[in-house]
Design a protein around this ligand. Structure first.
Ligand SMILES: *Cc1c(COP(=O)(O)O)cnc(C)c1O
Length: 376
């Protein structure tokens, strides 16, 4: 399969499997593998923490989708994210967005601070502010674009160039956009991370994460050690489910983005709505950058309602087609009052509802939302 990887388009690649007779890669759950009499491992696998056939296939495919040289799959998005922080040294500082995914910020401020790795929040949409925030201790710049849940867009090319100049390690959490929509490594980023839990698997039945590196990226050996020695690896069945989910990624992303744009436009015109956050709207402050660096605008949007938190809660409580649950990028449309899901330090506005658009008929999603908003 390796030879195929760079020759075909993503939608084709995701449908190729290791040619062992079946069209679907076998679900090998074994935690250990036979050795030959001379001690060697016939297929290169010894023990599943070190490596397994399905994990290898998944890592190769996602690395190819992102244009990376390789990848490490973990048991959650946070395990992939924290592997990069654990690869740093005491005294290092990470610059993170001021609307960073709450668990990423919380991991740095609670766990990593005990290891003397610190973080500072900056507005990643402002290159001058980012340049001004760097110091001799800064080692890594962490970007999320579009961000979650405010959908702010940062300039991938500008940030990658700044990091190269200042010799900083650049990482993009590409979970919200996904590899078909936006490829940070093409702009010179060192690392990309994903929560596989979201659009890559897409079916709300796997918790997983992956970190992808470019050919010349720093920290590759460190992250490899953290994966195989730390052991927070993705289990074979979860790899198998994710490979299955990936087969339809191309079409899910297209349909969900199209429906999300339609829903964002509807919301923008509703009298109870104060503000809609979606990079595909012309009113989005970074619409020009989003149009340049994204091929689609994605399935995630958020909306602030005029009458405040109680009204936001009421809308979320009134929808019937939208599932009242957290997460994003799945085939089911999800709605949530975001601030109450995050921790106490969140800056997410209290009147904000986050929506992840799935694959239901868009007419049903629209009429459900309209009924809930009209009833505030
Ligand atoms: C969900 C999410 C994560 C965390 O992933 P888990 O699989 O839940 O650990 C990280 N970053 C972003 C942007 C996410 O949406």
């Amino acid at each position: 399969m390796e030879n195929m990887l760079n020759k075909v388009r993503p939608e084709t690649l995701l449908l190729q499997s290791e040619h062992q007779g079946g069209l679907v890669s076998p679900l090998e759950l074994s935690s250990t593998f036979y050795r030959e009499i001379d001690g060697s491992y016939p297929r290169g696998y010894s023990y599943t923490r070190r490596g397994s056939p399905l994990r290898h296939e998944l890592e190769q495919k996602v690395a190819a989708l992102e244009g990376g040289a390789g990848a490490f799959a973990f048991s959650s998005g946070m395990a992939a994210i924290s592997s990069l922080f654990q690869a740093l040294k005491a005294g290092d500082e990470v610059l993170i967005p001021n609307d960073c995914y709450y668990a990423t910020r919380a991991y740095l401020t609670t766990v990593m601070s005990r290891w003397k790795v610190t973080c500072k929040q900056v507005d990643m949409t402002d290159l001058e502010a980012l340049a001004g925030a760097t110091s001799s201790r800064t080692r890594m710049v962490w970007v999320e674009t579009p961000s979650n849940p405010l959908l702010k867009v940062s300039d991938l090319g500008g940030i990658a160039a700044l990091c190269r100049n200042k010799r900083l390690i650049s990482v993009c959490d590409n979970t919200v956009a996904g590899p078909l929509m936006q490829k940070p490594l093409e702009y010179g980023f060192d690392w990309v991370v994903h929560s596989l839990t979201k659009s890559l698997n897409g079916h709300s039945d796997v918790l997983g994460g992956i970190a992808i590196y470019a050919g010349s990226s720093p920290l590759v050996e460190e992250v490899r050690d953290i994966q195989v020695l730390g052991g927070a690896v993705l289990a074979p069945f979860d790899c198998w489910l994710t490979l299955r989910g990936l087969k339809t990624l191309v079409y899910r992303v297209e349909a969900q983005s199209k429906a999300a744009l339609q829903i964002a436009k509807f919301l923008e015109g509703h009298s109870e709505v104060e503000k809609v956050h979606y990079p595909g709207l012309k009113s989005h402050p970074q619409y020009d950058i989003a149009s340049k660096q994204m091929r689609n605008f994605g399935s995630l949007l958020s909306v602030q309602v005029k009458k405040g938190e109680a009204a936001a809660m009421k809308v979320v409580g009134a929808t019937k087609v939208w599932a009242r649950a957290t997460s994003l990028g799945s085939v089911e449309s999800l709605i949530e009052h975001r601030a109450s899901m995050e921790d106490a330090k969140t800056l997410t506005p209290r009147n904000l509802i986050r929506l992840s658009v799935g694959l239901e008929a868009v007419e049903d999603l629209l009429s459900d939302l309209k009924a809930a908003l009209d009833d505030i």
